[in-house]
Ligand binder design. Structure first.
Ligand SMILES: [Zn+2]
Length: 435
């Protein structure tokens, strides 16, 4: 099969400046060349060309979602005043969902994500039936097997064996990681063991961190609304028994060996300066999910500070159980507004946020290097991109994409399999193309 050339009035590879009248040559689901349309056509004589309108952009990476909760959108449509209030509403629906078809729900979520230009996800999977969905739909990324609600005792009796079995059964056929849910939903010994197990298995980690304003009080002193939530769920964790660790959540996770470049965290709404510094030092990316935070009545994350300090960031939607849509560019636009409100004045804001939603997500998932790398368009990367009907009309292309890109994806192409796949936003059809 020869190469297929995808051209557009503007190509945004992310790893290099935007190219007006640009093109990407693709073969076997892999990028062969990126550049001006003229040059790419000249170096691939006889290749089929597909001419797209608008902007052709490196595929978006949703660095925090739960695709299996796509049918729980009723929970996400309500408005809450605290994280704990939302958590109660979520649990009431989730725990009454016995027998739910999580695989089908996750498949719906995957197709929604694709239709909004997302080509890779960090998908937190609570019920393992949802794991095969990424491979089935052509999404790149990692299915993070979620671990929560284990005391040290239940972990030793069953939880550890259950996770090891899932890793053994799924690890060969899917890209998996492990998500120790949060510092307050697992006992201290379980968190410490997960640091060891994930290293032994060579698996990446993904953790919810500082989403609630009360998480710090819980790890420091074992008190407050989160402590009450944990008690109400019936867990007698060590932190409750000994009156806390004396450490905030970031230092607590670090003391257990959970932080490091193999780990990324979600939310970070309440990170203080010293915690941001420690995450930066450990190479931990923070996936910001501002629309989900807003649904839960939370402040926005400290995006201006993270940008100023140079900490690695990515962008996530979270699930439809806490967010209005899986359109990642909606979160990017809100991050732009929050950064400005928080005092970020540099003219590179849109570019850095687009980078966070692409290359930043790839870095968070450990997929920014090596064969099949994602997050930018360059020779050797997976041919993952999205087309947006956005006209810069004299504006900086990044500013135009951030301002107008949400809701304007017309097609998404992934390099899945040898042939690659094209998802058209206005159709449920999936078109396979030879290349
Ligand atoms: Zn989440």
């Amino acid at each position: 099969m020869g190469a297929v050339i995808h051209s557009a009035p503007l190509v945004m590879p992310v790893s290099r400046p935007p190219v007006a009248d640009g093109a990407v040559a693709v073969r076997h689901g892999c990028v062969q060349a990126v550049g001006s349309r003229r040059d790419v056509l000249a170096s691939h004589p006889g290749a089929e060309e597909i001419r797209w309108p608008g902007m052709l952009v490196a595929g978006l990476v949703n660095a925090h979602t739960h695709l299996q909760f796509t049918r729980m959108a009723d929970v996400g449509r309500r408005v809450y005043s605290t994280f704990e209030e939302w958590s109660g509403a979520f649990d009431a629906v989730y725990f009454s969902s016995a027998g739910a078809d999580w695989a089908s729900a996750a498949r719906e979520g995957a197709l929604l994500a694709l239709r909004h230009g997302t080509t890779a996800v960090a998908d937190v999977v609570t019920d393992v039936e949802a794991v095969p969905v990424l491979a089935e739909t052509g999404l790149a990324g990692i299915s993070y097997l979620e671990v929560l609600g284990d005391t040290d005792t239940s972990w030793a009796q069953a939880g550890r064996h259950r996770l090891a079995t899932h890793v053994h059964e799924l690890g060969d056929s899917a890209a998996i990681g492990v998500s120790p849910h949060a510092p307050y939903t697992l006992d201290t010994g379980v968190l410490a063991d997960l640091a060891i197990l994930t290293r032994a298995f060579g698996l990446r980690r993904h953790i919810h961190l500082l989403e609630s304003a009360h998480e710090r009080e819980y790890t420091v002193s074992g008190t407050g609304p989160i402590a009450q939530l944990v008690r109400d769920l019936g867990f007698d964790f060590e932190i409750l028994r000994v009156g806390g660790t004396g450490h905030g959540p970031v230092a607590f996770l670090d003391s257990l060996g959970l932080l490091g470049p193999q780990c990324h965290v979600a939310h970070g709404v309440h990170l203080d300066a010293s915690e941001r510094a420690l995450l930066r030092e450990r190479g931990v990316s923070v996936a910001l999910c501002p629309r989900s935070n807003r649904t839960l009545g939370l402040d926005g994350p400290p995006v201006a500070a993270l940008l100023d300090e140079g900490g690695p960031i990515a962008v996530g939607t979270d699930s439809l159980a806490s967010s209005p849509s899986l359109d990642l560019l909606e979160d990017v636009r809100l991050l732009r507004d929050l950064a400005r409100e928080q005092g970020y004045r540099a003219p590179d804001l849109s570019r850095r946020l687009v980078e966070a939603a692409t290359a930043g997500g790839a870095r968070a998932l450990g997929l920014s290097a090596g064969p099949g790398r994602i997050g930018s368009l360059a020779p050797g990367s997976r041919a993952d991109f999205a087309v947006f009907s956005v006209d810069p009309d004299g504006r900086d292309p990044y500013d135009a994409l951030v301002a107008d890109g949400a809701g304007r994806c017309v097609a998404t192409v992934t390099g899945a399999g040898r042939a690659g796949r094209v998802h058209l936003a206005d159709s449920t059809a999936e078109v396979r193309r030879g290349c």
